[in-house]
Design a protein around this ligand. Structure first.
Ligand SMILES: *Cc1c(COP(=O)(O)O)cnc(C)c1O
Length: 359
């Protein structure tokens, strides 16, 4: 074995176990497949592709479709292999060695992970006990670290909290660096920072097809931002990084906005139902604007509940060992049947294990 780069030695990598279970509610995917008409249109276009040719390097058709969907111009859009590659390209361009990146923990682990991989220093701000960001903490982090890139995730993963507009506004006032609003779950929330975009300020917004669009298997995400920003990303990313199949899949998906909206409405309704049902049990529930809910049992440990659910073939995300998230679990909203199975299993585990805690 030969040693890796010194600064990578302490890295742990990204863990999200893929276990074979009956009810899988651990990775925030859509529980529903994309529309059949999308599959058919995709198959038809795929049969006509000239596979011996490189893809459209600028992904013009896809960018234009995304731009039309959001009512912006195509030169404000950059797409990549999942929003994770978007985030990586942003950090390669604006962070990297000798530069710092700020996050507010707990939040999406990949922000800090990718920042470290590209050689940046990560500065972690702390959220309050209710997972909101105190303006004073934001000021402390930005003024002490002068980050080149600051992440705000809204709705935040894994907490589900939606950032208020004034928090983003405040960050833009305080910081001279790039502000990345990661909106992987924005369609499930009642608010998006899209209306705050402006050619004159360093705010960019990332989105993904993985959650709302039922297309996690495609690996497609994008960022919307000022044209000067998009132009820099185009210089850094590998040529032909977006394959032809993906460009077609994304462009066609945007013809099925109504179907996507229906799925979002169903999931939001189920989220409210599931949150209310959990709140009736001895469980603390964090209000969520996303397609998942973070919760903490009061009478058993988070780990015990997670294992009890797994024993009943229900898999949720175990956050109980993560810093700042003791005893917390995160459940992705599934189909009504899956959510029912989850709720029944939770009640069952609590009835069984909670008993041991009675005096
Ligand atoms: C799931 C997730 C992503 C990653 O999305 P991909 O497009 O699948 O890479 C990005 N940000 C947040 C906050 C997420 O939860």
């Amino acid at each position: 074995m030969i040693p890796v780069r010194d600064d990578l030695r302490a890295l742990e990598g990204y863990h999200s176990p893929q276990v074979d279970v009956r009810v899988r509610l651990n990775t925030n995917e859509s529980p529903l497949a994309p529309p059949t008409a999308w599959r058919d249109a995709l198959a038809a276009e795929m049969s006509r592709v000239e596979w011996h040719r490189y893809p459209d390097r600028q992904a013009i058709g896809l960018r234009q479709a995304i731009a039309d969907f959001h009512g912006v111009s195509a030169d404000m859009v950059f797409a990549a292999n999942g929003s994770n590659e978007v985030l990586q390209t942003i950090l390669l361009t604006y962070a990297g060695a000798g530069r710092s990146v700020a996050t507010f923990e707990p939040t999406y682990q990949m922000h800090a992970q990718i920042a470290r991989v590209v050689g940046s220093t990560v500065v972690a701000g702390e959220r309050d006990a209710d997972f909101s960001i105190d303006p004073a903490e934001m000021q402390r982090v930005v003024e002490s670290a002068r980050p080149h890139v600051t992440f705000l995730t809204s709705p935040n993963n894994p907490t589900g909290l939606v950032e208020p507009a004034e928090r983003i506004e405040q960050l833009l006032q305080l910081s001279s660096g790039l502000v990345v609003a990661d909106e992987a779950y924005a369609q499930f929330a009642n608010w998006s920072a899209l209306s705050m975009l402006d050619e004159q300020r360093p705010l960019v917004i990332t989105r993904t097809f993985s959650k709302t669009w039922s297309m996690a298997g495609v690996r497609l995400g994008y960022v919307i931002g000022p044209t000067w920003f998009i132009g820099e990303l185009d210089k850094v990313v590998l040529p032909y990084h977006l394959d032809t199949a993906k460009q077609i899949a994304g462009r066609l998906a945007l013809r099925f906005v109504d179907e996507m909206d229906d799925r979002v409405r169903l999931i939001v309704a189920e989220r409210e139902r599931l949150s209310a049902a959990l709140s009736e049990m001895p469980i603390d529930v964090t209000p969520s604007g996303a397609n998942f809910v973070l919760f903490r049992p009061r009478v058993v440990s988070g780990r015990a509940l997670w294992q009890g659910l797994l024993d009943r073939s229900v898999l949720v995300r175990d956050c109980s060992g993560w810093p700042r998230l003791a005893d917390c679990l995160r459940v992705t909203i599934g189909t009504p049947d899956e959510n029912e199975a989850f709720l029944t299993a939770v009640a069952d585990v609590l009835a069984e294990q909670g008993d041991h805690h009675e005096p």
